[in-house]
Write a protein that binds this ligand. Structure first.
Ligand code: BEZ
Ligand code: FE
Length: 640
């Protein structure tokens, strides 16, 4: 049995659609004759409607409320209130405007009629948070609690989805922390759980139809109920952290609540397992912290402090500030614990699920490789299994998700052939090919950086003399390339064999065009005594990698494009030197910042300078042509 105290401290609530028309009656009800109207410029329309309805009772308007209720702003508003002899405040807006109204009431005891346009919930509490000199302080007093709140669902129909999500999660946080508050009692518990059900239902439905009245009513009712909890019982670690991050580091209020909540819940979960189970049930999810995180992801809200531009270096100071004074919290608040929590929030990690301990199973599989004759094979397989198992457990992988992945890989295999290397393409688009390439080939400054081979290389291209035109009459901007190959000391390498290949003006390689009488745009050169060869070709253009298979589905499902930045491929071999496979990218070309296979390296982005008139070999070219000059360095093979 848990003893409790229940006390009703209520604000009058007017809830519905079009209720804004009742503001005047509510002002009269609280005895207001001269109204100071608080509303930001963004809400000019609503403010004008309310102002008109107030008629001569409207004494003044103030539109300067800002986040975290700085005392300087309150003083300016106070001056407006006093100089206009206002005896009542009507505040239309979110938490910042409500905060300012409460700050005025705290100083003058004026009655307040609040018209919330977000889900802040602070309109039904007697708590005021203010900032001065970079520190946020809170205080509570009966005169701070607004007399009346007019909820008009219509005002929230157009609230942008992003703001609705962060504001909604801010409200959710009130209900969550109310459940493990030392003052929690049956009424606040029931209110909090209903708030959680409504808010999570509302957030899930929001993006499909942001102006659906029932969804908005769910969210606004939930916000009010959650605010009631906030006004009745004390909050804990989550709120303390958000006040610290907002007050001392200037982080945006609702976004910070959104990022921190799943992590504060995960921190408290071991000390409040029953509360977490009730929250999970109210939300209809297996686990509360991960469920809240998933809800935020699904609704498109922010998930990391990094995305809010909070510097990682500031985590220790935030820990110090958030742990400097003790406060009730289900789990002991330690510096290490809060540091871990903030690190997870900074990275935006999904809170780990409570999964069965499967380490025995991982150990069994790892042990099954004990007799592998190759040490390297054993090591790679053991590590792969460890990481695969923890990938599954950390993400609480479901059977349907696993089935979908298996189906994806099966189809990747089915579409693959000698020319359609869908697995290589998958590795390329996941950046793995570039990682392996960098590890294997680009560890020395002795060599020009390498880049992935790609699927369009054909072994044994036609050997041609220096100066050959690879384009063989294809349309495109003519390109003259003057290429040198040197050793690491810059000495020319004679007899180096250089394969060159590239796509045509439409972004196709010859092997993708069965009707073409190839090979075209591919050839083999041999460097002369100066380590040099030249050729004519055409300026390469950006092109899409094949997207009619599983890799294309993956790109589409993640909102990625399928384009490669324009480039020419080179494969260079010279006795006594490491083979270099690389690409040169056209400076100023499309997709250099978002090449779909992550192949672009700064040193490989080069000028393909525009030129007109006389050409280096005397060939006549009408209009513009391009000039590429590049020297490749080859590293010596070990022992050479
Ligand atoms: C290419 O550059 O040819 C390429 C590289 C990786 C994937 C697809 C194409
Ligand atoms: Fe290519």
């Amino acid at each position: 049995m848990k003893p409790f105290v229940h006390e009703v401290r209520s604000t009058r609530i007017v809830f519905g659609s079009g209720t804004i028309s009742q503001v005047r009656a509510e002002v009269e009800r609280v005895g207001g004759n001269r109204v100071l109207l608080l509303a930001s410029k963004r809400l000019d329309d609503v403010a004008r409607r309310v102002g008109d309805s107030l008629g001569p009772s409207l004494a003044a308007r103030f539109d300067g409320a800002v986040m975290h209720t700085p005392v300087e702003v309150t003083e300016r508003a106070l001056e407006v209130l006093r100089s206009n002899s206002a005896d009542c405040v009507v505040a239309i807006g979110g938490g910042s405007t409500t905060g300012l109204s409460k700050a005025l009431a705290a100083r003058t005891n004026v009655p307040q009629v609040i018209v919330p346009t977000t889900y802040s919930g602070s309109e039904v509490t007697a708590v005021l948070g203010e900032t001065q000199d970079g520190r946020k302080t809170t205080r509570a007093a009966p005169e701070i609690r607004p007399e009346t709140v007019v909820y008009d669902v219509d005002l929230t129909l157009g609230l942008p989805v992003a703001l609705s999500v962060t504001s909604g999660v801010n409200a959710l946080a009130h209900a969550v922390e109310a459940l493990y508050s030392p003052q929690a009692e049956p009424v606040t518990d029931a209110i909090a759980l209903d708030a959680i059900t409504r808010i999570s239902r509302g957030l899930r439905a929001l993006s499909a139809n942001p102006s659906d009245v029932d969804t908005r009513a769910d969210l606004l009712t939930g916000a009010w109920l959650a605010g009631t909890c906030l006004g009745s019982v004390g909050m804990s670690l989550h709120h303390k952290l958000c006040h610290t991050l907002g007050g001392s580091f200037g982080l945006p209020h609702a976004e910070t609540h959104t990022v921190v909540l799943p992590h504060a819940m995960a921190y408290n979960a071991p000390a409040a397992p029953e509360v977490m189970e009730r929250i999970a049930r109210a939300m209809g999810v297996p686990e509360a912290p991960a469920g809240v995180y998933d809800l935020i992801v699904e609704a498109g809200g922010p998930t990391s402090l990094r995305s809010l531009d909070f510097p990682l270096e500031d985590v220790p100071l935030a820990v110090e500030l958030a742990t400097s004074r003790s406060y009730p919290n289900p789990r002991e608040v330690t510096s290490e614990g809060v540091a871990g929590l903030l690190a997870n929030a900074w990275h935006g990690k999904r809170p780990a699920s409570r999964v069965p301990d499967l380490s025995w199973l991982t150990a069994d599989v790892v042990a099954s490789f004990d007799r592998a004759p190759s040490r390297r094979t054993r090591l790679l397989l053991e590590d792969l299994v460890r990481r695969l198992h923890s990938y599954a457990t950390e993400n609480d992988l479901t059977q349907p998700e696993w089935q979908r992945a298996v189906d994806f890989l099966t189809r990747t295999g089915q579409i693959s052939s000698a020319v359609r290397q869908e697995f290589v393409l998958l590795s390329d688009t996941l950046g793995l090919s570039s990682v392996v390439d960098a590890l294997t080939n680009s560890r020395t400054p002795d060599s020009t950086p390498s880049a992935v081979l790609g699927p369009f290389y054909v072994d044994g291209p036609p050997a041609v003399p220096s100066g050959t035109d690879l384009a063989a009459g294809l349309t495109g901007v003519p390109l003259w390339a003057d290429v040198h190959v040197t050793d690491p000391d810059g000495l020319p390498l004679e007899g180096a064999v250089v394969d060159v290949w590239q796509a045509d003006d439409n972004g196709f390689y010859d092997i993708q065009l069965p009707d073409l009488d190839g090979p075209v745009l591919r050839a083999r050169f041999t460097t002369d005594a100066n380590g040099r060869f030249t050729f004519w070709s055409i300026l390469p253009s950006a092109y899409p990698i094949p997207d009619d298979g599983p890799v294309g589905e993956l790109l589409a499902a993640t909102g990625r494009h399928q384009y490669r930045a324009p480039h020419v491929h080179f494969m260079i071999t010279a006795p006594g030197h490491e083979r270099l496979i690389t690409q040169l990218f056209v400076a100023g070309g499309d997709y250099l910042d978002s090449d779909t296979v992550f192949g672009v390296k700064e040193e490989l982005v080069v000028d393909f300078r525009p030129a007109t008139g006389a050409t280096p070999d005397g060939r006549t070219v009408e209009g513009e042509w391009r000039h590429l000059d590049f020297t490749f360095r080859l590293a010596r093979t070990a022992g050479s």
